[in-house]
Design a protein around this ligand. Structure first.
Ligand code: TXA
Ligand code: MG
Length: 309
């Protein structure tokens, strides 16, 4: 999906609000983010309040150039290689914090910081205009699905934020892949828009998988997440709200069984099916490789989370 361009007027308006501690919803290539200056205690506090986000869950800092990134975190050789290859893009690197101050709440007391340089040009232009990194989680209330359209943000949290910049539907429709890089060890903390295989092929070494049995390295992994209101039934296709994958259905994630296309439709189609008021949403099996791993991760969490609430 080609992103809708952002005008220089929108860039200026957003940057002016952000500069003085405002909170603005912005499009990225993955999902919409809820942004504030990372060094604004007040702005960052507004993000946590608007999302009702637990304070233990740290935020990603978005940068527009490498200098900004190196002021925030220390890159070892592996991290530099990854940034070179995948930035700007949908890869978040969790690295040891550097000297530059960001509001304490951004890193939730950890000695690491998550950093990403988005490929969305309008988003990068806004960061550049503000002249400081922007902390931005996905622009949804905590535990709900990530927004892939401005209208999702508007419906969910209009009253909590200063401005929503509409950049049309997002390109990937799935959050960035989060990797921790420490002492040459690479661990995947969240599957996302860049498939694990692509990163492994590039590095030529296997990357570790985080398991909940280990000490939680990515606090967000432990939280309820990505849930529509209607209960989900996985690997089944019946009833009045069916989400297919090359199978047809009320909606089909990708009639041609393309995982990238399916990822880009996942949240918006779940949103639409959620509006039908059906008893359940049934979802066809999705292959568990490539971007399918991230899709299945979101679906499993969503299914578990609704069942528990
Ligand atoms: O695509 C994306 O990543 C979007 C767009 C807006 O950039 N952002 C996003 O942010 O999905 P959020 O806050 O919804 O997810 C960030 C994830 C969480 O799972 C969080 O726990 C993890 O990154 N994270 C952030 N800082 C971390 C850190 N220092 N150590 C480990 N995990 C961290
Ligand atoms: Mg999120």
């Amino acid at each position: 999906m080609k992103p809708q361009a952002i005008t220089s007027r929108q860039i200026e308006t957003a940057a002016n609000l952000l500069r003085v501690g405002g909170v603005v919803a912005l499009p990225t290539e993955t999902v919409y983010g809820l942004a504030a200056r990372a060094d604004s205690v007040e702005g960052v506090a507004k993000i946590f309040a608007a999302k009702n986000r637990p304070a233990i869950n740290p935020l990603i800092c978005h940068v527009s150039n490498m200098e900004m990134a190196s002021n925030l975190v220390n890159f070892d050789k592996t991290a530099l290689k990854l940034a070179d290859a995948f930035w700007p893009g949908a890869l978040t690197l969790v690295l040891p914090k550097n000297g530059e101050t960001v509001a304490d709440a951004v890193s939730a007391g950890l000695d690491t910081l998550a950093v990403r340089m988005p490929s969305h040009e309008g988003m990068r232009a806004i960061i550049e205009a503000v002249g400081a990194p922007l902390a931005a989680p996905s622009a949804n209330r905590s535990g709900r699905m990530s927004p892939t359209r401005a209208s999702h943000v508007e419906r969910d949290m209009k009253d909590e934020i200063d401005l929503i910049i509409d950049g049309g539907p997002t390109e990937f429709g799935l959050e960035s892949t989060v990797l921790s890089v420490r002492d040459g060890e690479v661990t995947i903390l969240r599957h996302g828009a860049i498939a694990r295989e692509e990163i492994e092929d590039f590095l030529g070494i296997p990357i570790n998988e985080i398991t909940t049995a280990k000490t939680p390295q990515s606090p967000g992994q432990l939280l309820r997440h990505y849930a529509p209101k209607t209960p989900l039934v996985l690997n089944s296709l019946k009833g009045e709200a069916q989400l297919g994958f090359g199978t047809g259905g009320t909606m089909d994630l990708s009639p041609r069984c393309d995982l990238k296309e399916a990822a880009s439709h996942l949240f918006s189609m779940l949103e639409e099916l959620d509006q039908l008021g059906a008893d359940e949403i049934h979802i066809a099996p999705i292959p568990n490789y490539g971007l399918g791993v991230a899709i299945n991760d979101r679906l499993t969490r969503a299914a578990a989370s609704v069942a528990k609430s």
